[in-house]
Write a protein that binds this ligand. Structure first.
Ligand code: AMP
Ligand code: ZN
Length: 475
């Protein structure tokens, strides 16, 4: 089955064919590290994660780059206003790099909690200023960039394809343009490649004097540095389409003279009460906040991946609770099968079980090949779980085969709890003692042990048939 994806550039669902057979190069616009990333941001990052994991499920070797924006993203995406990071630095009376470091760490920690597979590299804008300067020089040499008093702008009328991604033609844009405040620009839609502003805290030397790079140039310079002048996939949230990605295309293709990215994948917004969740609106939740409220990290992941990326996802706490129940169903099935699989056995796997596995994996694959149709894919998973639960006299080898298939599915979903293999003996003994106390109906002792285990940083979760599992406390 071939993966079909909606390409924002062609506005069509297309068959995915990588530039090099078996290999995929993927670039994702990463976080602007001026505050904690929220679950809306993570919805976009999780779409990239699911896409990458599914490509790996299908046997592709994926190289993934995600940038960290630590300079140049102005409050107004259209080039005006203060730098988001510097604004935060001023407010918190800290150095911009300290702010960036703090929120980069927070982003990495939440990505880990959400079981997002790390990118191969997370280049930081501030560590690639030379690469950006080189690209701006090329754009000036080729006539796309022009210099005005220490600023360098991109002349959008020089790039014939400007507007192709977003559908914003220059005529439309000019008709709707706000009153132009910047008289240096040749055209209202020209955007900054390099900015001169003595008030800016972060400054670098350049052929045009001291200044700092525009936001868009970092992604053009860093993506091509790590992935080459042409690659397969570029992701981001829907607000990245314009101006950010439109400008990225104009810059990169202007500089290299080559078609840059083959497939553009954009995630629709996560909403709260019908409004975009955003750092500037302040209507946001972070991952640690939701964990603090008692939600499990894999349920948060499940909730954020469980709706189609080209539809808005309306975040609710009921949705999170439903996600917990859904995951419990998968985990309980894996647990029950795991108990059977523990027994040594080399009996053959029956044709019935084999065909259930093949059918389920094929249905999961088919659903995700259909432009990452996650609802259909999850439907296939729960059909599989239901049928697996109904099987009678499952042999240990069959249980192991069924678990193998669920784990294959989970290599994409990433929601199954892995039982901790680092539980100390002391805790294992206490848990066994608690099970006996419960069998003896000594509820007081059972509760005491639970509290003791909790105080030591572990949680005992009860499973059917007096079974249980022990996990490290999250957070
Ligand atoms: P930022 O940190 O603002 O640069 O955003 C990081 C990523 O999150 C970008 O790809 C944005 O498009 C995306 N994003 C921002 N807000 C939301 C939202 N409410 N829902 C989904 N994606 C979002
Ligand atoms: Zn970007």
């Amino acid at each position: 089955m071939i993966l079909r994806l909606y390409n924002t550039f062609s506005k069509k669902v297309e068959e995915f064919e990588p530039l090099k057979p078996g290999k995929v190069k993927l670039y994702s616009c990463g976080p602007t590290v001026y505050s904690h990333a929220h679950i809306g941001n993570f919805r976009s990052f999780l779409v990239a994660d699911i896409l990458k994991r599914f490509l790996e499920f299908k046997g592709f070797a994926v190289t993934h780059i995600m940038n960290i924006t630590d300079v140049g993203h102005l409050l107004d995406d259209a080039d005006e206003g203060a730098d988001k990071l510097e604004e935060a630095a001023r407010r918190q009376k800290k150095d911009p790099l300290e702010i960036a470091g703090m929120y980069t760490d927070s982003f990495m920690a939440s990505s880990k909690l959400l079981n997002i597979k790390p990118a191969n590299h997370y280049p930081k804008a501030t560590e690639h200023i030379d690469d950006m300067i080189k690209m701006v020089e090329t754009l000036v040499e080729k006539g796309f960039g022009y210099i005005v008093g220490g600023n360098v702008y991109y002349d959008v009328t020089k790039f014939a394809d400007y507007g192709k991604l977003s559908g914003n033609t220059l005529d439309d844009l000019n008709a709707g343009a706000r009153i132009e405040v910047n008289e240096e620009k040749k055209n209202p839609q020209d955007f900054a490649l390099w900015k001169h502003d003595p008030r800016h805290i972060q400054q670098w030397d350049s052929p045009w004097g001291r200044g700092f790079p525009g936001w868009h140039i970092e992604c053009s310079a860093m993506s091509t540095k790590y992935l080459g002048p042409q690659f397969d996939l570029h992701t981001g949230g829907e607000d990245n389409i314009f101006p950010h990605h439109e400008c990225e295309i104009a810059q990169t293709e202007g500089a290299t003279g080559k078609k840059w990215v083959n497939y553009w994948v954009h995630t629709r917004f996560l909403l709260v009460d019908g409004e975009k969740m955003s750092k500037s609106k302040g209507n946001l939740y972070t991952i640690p906040e939701l964990i603090e409220k008692g939600f499990k990290k894999n349920a948060i992941r499940y909730a954020l991946i469980s709706s189609h990326y080209r539809q808005n996802y309306n975040f609710t706490f009921d949705g999170l609770k439903a996600a917990e129940q859904a995951i419990d169903k998968i985990n309980q099935c894996v647990f029950t099968l795991g108990e059977i699989a523990k027994i040594q056995n080399d009996q053959a796997v029956s044709d019935g079980v084999k065909s259930l596995i093949d059918k389920s994996l094929a249905a999961f694959d088919e659903a995700l090949c259909d432009d990452l149709n996650i609802s259909k894919a999850l439907g296939a998973v729960f059909d599989f779980i239901r049928e697996a639960n109904k099987l009678e006299d499952v042999s240990p080898s069959e249980a192991a085969a069924l678990i193998g298939a669920i784990e294959k599915i989970d290599s994409v979903l990433g929601v199954i709890e892995k039982s901790s293999d680092d539980v100390p003996d002391e805790i294992i003994k206490l848990a066994a003692e608690r099970k006996q106390a419960k069998l003896d109906k000594n509820w007081q002792r059972a509760d005491e042990i639970r509290d003791e285990v909790t105080a030591k940083g572990f949680v005992i979760e009860d499973m059917p048939g007096h079974e249980y599992r022990i996990k490290r406390k999250e957070g």
